[in-house]
Design a protein around this ligand. Structure first.
Ligand code: TRP
Length: 368
């Protein structure tokens, strides 16, 4: 195996992507894409994984494939540099999953903290747990290894998936010989970007909580979310009162998003966020000013994304061609890995007729 730098990452197409996705991973993907440091970059639209907890609603997944691709293209994912592909059209992933399932125990799968939390959230603990959902970390291992990815840029919640993948790779290589590339997670450096809370301050942006800022939201919606739903510091009643910046969602967002250039442009009273925070803590800085600045920062981030999206929306045929071409390329890549895996496992019966001789000799020996 040649040492290559290959990225694979992915998303479940269950809804439009939001600002949490942007600061937590999309922005980084674009930087990595443009760094020129990688031999291949792949993004998987994980529709099969999305079906593991939406089996009764495939239409939702079908509809959101287009939303997710539009989000990718509008943040700057460039199909000439990044392969965008659709999971369900890659049969090698299904075959790999089936082999890898033999390399994990149900006890090990039960310990996955992300899956555990998701089981609670989805009510599967009471309703019954679909076996496909329970085992999706194994399918995700197939996603990663099929592309020979060594770098997997993901959010923090995906670390248990990478740990599981690494264990399967180690076990596979030990039993069948060095075959699979060992993957490594890459998570955002800025701790505030790792988990952007919802506009209501709740731990995570979630469609059902209505606390998201979507990449495709209009400027008016963004403004409404900030002004209407962001609580600041309940003790900061008068402008002159000292305020708290810790746990204040306006400042959490600024921590994740703003740069010194934003101050120069929109709030030149301060050189940087630290100066602004000091003033807020001292008293004398109103929440209205902070929110207005945040809205400017958000708009600077979101308006180019919105404009780019508007262009692609006019050309859905082109978008279709992009994922169709990307998927055809990914079929080749993943089939090659599956062939290598079958060879390593010596179950490549129909690649050539050499097994005939093997069988003949075996039978001859048995006769003697
Ligand atoms: N589980 C990931 C998520 O929910 C999506 C995903 C599927 C993925 N396959 C992947 C991420 C492979 C990284 C690599 O966000």
């Amino acid at each position: 195996m040649a040492e290559k730098n290959i990225i694979l990452t992915g998303d479940r197409p269950t809804g439009r992507l939001h600002l949490g996705h942007y600061v937590g991973s999309l922005k980084r993907r674009v930087e990595l894409q443009n760094s020129g440091k990688f031999d291949a970059i792949n993004i998987l639209i994980a529709d099969d994984q999305a079906l593991t907890d939406n089996a009764d609603n495939p239409a939702k997944i079908r509809d959101n494939i287009i939303n997710v691709v539009l989000d990718y293209l509008s943040v700057g994912i460039d199909p000439s540099k990044t392969t965008i592909c659709v999971q369900s059209a890659l049969p090698a992933l299904h075959a790999l999953t089936f082999y890898y399932l033999n390399l994990v125990t149900t006890a090990r799968l039960s310990r996955n903290p992300t899956v555990k939390a998701e089981i609670q959230m989805r009510g599967f603990a009471d309703e019954g747990l679909p076996a496909g959902f329970f085992t999706y970390p194994v399918s995700q291992t197939a996603d990663i290894t099929a592309f020979d990815a060594n770098v997997v840029p993901v959010g923090e919640d995906q670390l248990p998936m990478l740990e599981q993948a690494r264990e399967i790779v180690e076990k596979f290589n030990k039993i069948y010989g060095e075959t699979l590339v060992m993957p490594k997670a890459m998570i955002p450096e800025n701790e505030f970007q790792r988990r952007l809370p919802g506009v209501d301050g709740k731990a995570k942006m979630s469609k059902s909580l209505g606390n998201c800022i979507y990449l495709s939201d209009t400027a008016a919606t963004v403004k409404k979310q900030v002004n209407g739903k962001m609580y600041t510091d309940p003790l900061h009643i008068q402008v002159s009162d000292p305020g708290h910046t810790e746990g204040n969602v306006v400042f959490t967002y600024l921590d994740a998003l703003c740069t010194d250039e934003h101050f120069a442009e929109y709030l030149p009273d301060y050189a940087n966020l630290e100066e602004m925070k000091e003033h807020y803590r001292r008293g004398g800085l109103g929440d209205g000013t902070c929110k207005k600045f945040l809205i400017n920062v958000l708009e600077e981030t979101l308006s180019p994304i919105r404009a780019e999206r508007a262009k692609w929306v006019q050309n859905i045929g082109d978008v279709y061609d992009i994922i169709s071409t990307g998927t055809a390329k990914a079929v080749e890549t993943t089939n090659a890995t599956l062939a290598r895996v079958r060879r390593a496992m010596k179950i490549n019966y129909f690649e050539d007729r050499s097994i005939i001789k093997e069988w003949e000799e075996l039978l001859k020996k048995a006769d003697q």
